[in-house]
Design a protein around this ligand. Sequence first.
Ligand SMILES: O=P(O)(O)OC[C@H]1O[C@H](OP(=O)(O)OP(=O)(O)O)[C@H](O)[C@@H]1O
Ligand SMILES: O=c1cc[nH]c(=O)[nH]1
Ligand SMILES: [Mg+2]
Length: 211
Amino acid sequence: MPLYEIRHPLIRHKLGVMRRADLSTKSFRELAQEVGALLTYEASKDLPLEPHEVEGWCGTVRTEKLAGKKVTVVPILRAGIGMLDGVLSLIPGARVSVVGIARNEETLEAHTYLERLVGELDQRLALIVDPMLATGGSMNATIDLLKRAGCKEIRALVLVAAPVGIERVLAAHPDVSIYTASVDDGLNEHGYIMPGLGDAGDRIFGTKQKD
Ligand SMILES: O=P(O)(O)OC[C@H]1O[C@H](OP(=O)(O)OP(=O)(O)O)[C@H](O)[C@@H]1O
Ligand SMILES: O=c1cc[nH]c(=O)[nH]1
Ligand SMILES: [Mg+2]
């Protein structure tokens, strides 16, 4: 099943705090990174290991180490930057591919304005990070361009997802897994996730929402 709603108590608690409208930019930012790291923990559960040996205090110890699976983290600008360090805190050797996409506020269509991908994408697991999966347009545009660049293994990490966006992504890309801290109720008339987090980019970068 390609949708994973991670109902871990730490995630649920932290996401609950993030929903507070009076939360400071600093706290929202810190929590986005923390939940990003916790989602990474779940999304990396099946990374391949290989046998290893180390010299321990009592002699040689048989251990395991990561088998060197190549990873690229793909933050969708802007808001995806808010989860990037959380992912890198657990997978520090990952390369970063940056994708810039803005959603048109009237039509809700995704417009791609930047594509800076790392090499060897056909050999890498791509972890796309974006706090919000709303209509799914931005996520599908990102998956499309990664696949065009040769990527074969893609996982999406989002803080909050709307059912309609999940359906749209999985209909177009059934091979992609989505990891989310919450499947929320739906979208309002402006395409915002309800109850959601509000405008994640504005909350992470401290820019103002329209009053
Ligand atoms: O699923 P969708 O309907 O495409 O909406 C979700 C997208 O909207 C937000 O970005 P936005 O376009 O506001 O850009 P920003 O991160 O620069 O604020 C969010 O971070 C997602 O990328
Ligand atoms: O709820 C939403 C939907 C799109 N983008 C956001 O930042 N929040
Ligand atoms: Mg925004």
